[in-house]
Design a binder for this molecule. Structure first.
Ligand code: PLP
Length: 381
């Protein structure tokens, strides 16, 4: 995978000229910077980027250029990446379980913010991290729905445990904060309200005034034509509820979106390898490639089909079984995918909103997955 220096007008121009046999991800720096500005202008606090959603250097560089000053990192690799590409940015090491060697690496790199969700992992930080000017954030979870995929299954302390952890953090001399993550692609703003009120209860029960409240990622990207993300409404709700719940002890706010920053800045073009006996569509990309997420959190219907000459297919929509290129029968897009009836071998299937959890989870299984990247001025075909 490499990013060529040529900038194309749009995906169609590239596809018509290059006739790529491998899948292509088109990147629009201006779309990414616009997403960053939307958060920086609208969110009532600090905007940080969850690096795991797309750690591409072009992504980090454009976010830094747009004014993103903090990065949520989960590994030594991500910490080193941010130190190299955005040396002055704040690093929040928010993977709540770490090996001791990883903690020492972060300390050596000057990381001053860590999250935990258990007594054992907090104890490791108390032993290895100097407390001065250093924040420890207690991450909690609630049985709240509204997201496409629930992160609470792996991380987050119960409310009762969070109260105890917060007391210990404050007693050990660290700056105490609270975090939650409502789950990814969370289209229900009410999830944030429930969490913020619970965070205020935790601080209250612990008798600790928290410095910051991290309201997570989870902000949605645009996956369905009919559902435009209402991000500003969520920002306003977060602002109002934080004041109501914390009153005079209102903490500073942090958000750490991944998907909502990078998702809509990339568009995928996968090529039709075959329409098998006029029924099944076989693409050169699938669930072991950049479409990994679709079976987990549902389809993206922002799709169009272009002929190899770059003309839009406008036949009536027809449900098709769509397979990826590997020999594994799991390699299939969920359900029936609505595609123009005249879709043909050699066509390009364009999928908008493919920037998050696509490049990073792309595997080389079965020898496929050689993903090419191209920069475009506009993602519209
Ligand atoms: C993955 C992750 C995020 C980003 O989640 P999105 O749903 O992509 O916004 C934010 N914070 C933490 C701790 C995460 O693990």
């Amino acid at each position: 995978m490499g990013l060529s220096k040529t900038i194309w007008t749009n995906p169609t121009e590239f596809l018509r000229n290059q006739q790529p046999e491998n899948p292509v991800l088109f990147f629009s720096p201006s779309a990414l910077q616009a997403a960053a500005r939307r958060f920086i202008d609208g969110f009532p606090g600090m905007v940080t980027y969850a690096v795991k959603s797309n750690p591409g250097e072009e992504v980090i560089e454009n976010l830094a250029a747009a004014g993103v000053r903090g990065y949520d990192c989960a590994s030594g690799f991500e910490i080193d990446l941010i130190r190299r590409l955005a040396p002055d940015a704040a690093i929040h090491y928010n993977n709540p379980v770490r090996a001791r060697a990883e903690i020492l690496h972060a300390v050596a790199k000057g990381v001053k913010s860590y999250s935990i969700d258990s007594a054992s992992e907090l104890q490791k930080l108390i032993e290895l991290v100097p407390a001065a000017d250093t924040e420890i954030t207690v991450r909690f979870k609630l049985p709240v729905s509204g997201a496409a995929y629930n992160f609470g299954a792996k991380f987050g302390a119960t409310v009762e445990l969070a109260v105890e952890l917060l007391k210990t953090v404050a007693k050990a001399g660290f700056i105490p904060s609270i975090a939650f993550h409502p789950g990814t692609q969370c289209t229900d703003p009410a999830a944030w309200e429930t969490y913020i009120r619970a965070a205020a209860d935790i601080a209250n029960q612990a008798g600790v005034t928290i410095a910051r409240l991290n309201v997570g990622g989870g902000f949605p990207s645009h996956r369905l034509n009919a559902v435009s993300p209402q991000i500003e409404a969520t920002f306003q709700l977060i602002d109002r509820v934080t004041t109501e719940a914390f009153g005079a002890d209102r903490p500073l706010l942090i958000c750490e979106p991944g998907r909502a920053l990078c998702g809509d800045a990339f568009t995928l073009a996968a090529r039709v390898k075959a329409v098998r006996d006029d029924t099944h569509v076989f693409l050169n990309d699938g669930v072991y490639g950049s479409l990994t997420e679709l079976p987990l959190i549902g389809v993206i219907d922002r799709m169009e089909v272009l002929s190899s000459e770059g003309d839009r297919r406008i036949g009536p929509l027809q449900g098709r079984i769509v397979f990826g290129p590997t020999c594994d029968s799991v390699d299939r897009l969920p359900g029936d995918v609505m595609l123009p009836a005249d879709i043909s071998e050699g066509d390009f299937v364009i999928v908008q909103g493919m920037g998050a959890y696509s490049v990073v989870t792309n595997s080389r299984f079965n020898g496929f997955g050689e993903l090419q990247m191209a920069t475009v001025l506009s993602l519209r075909v």
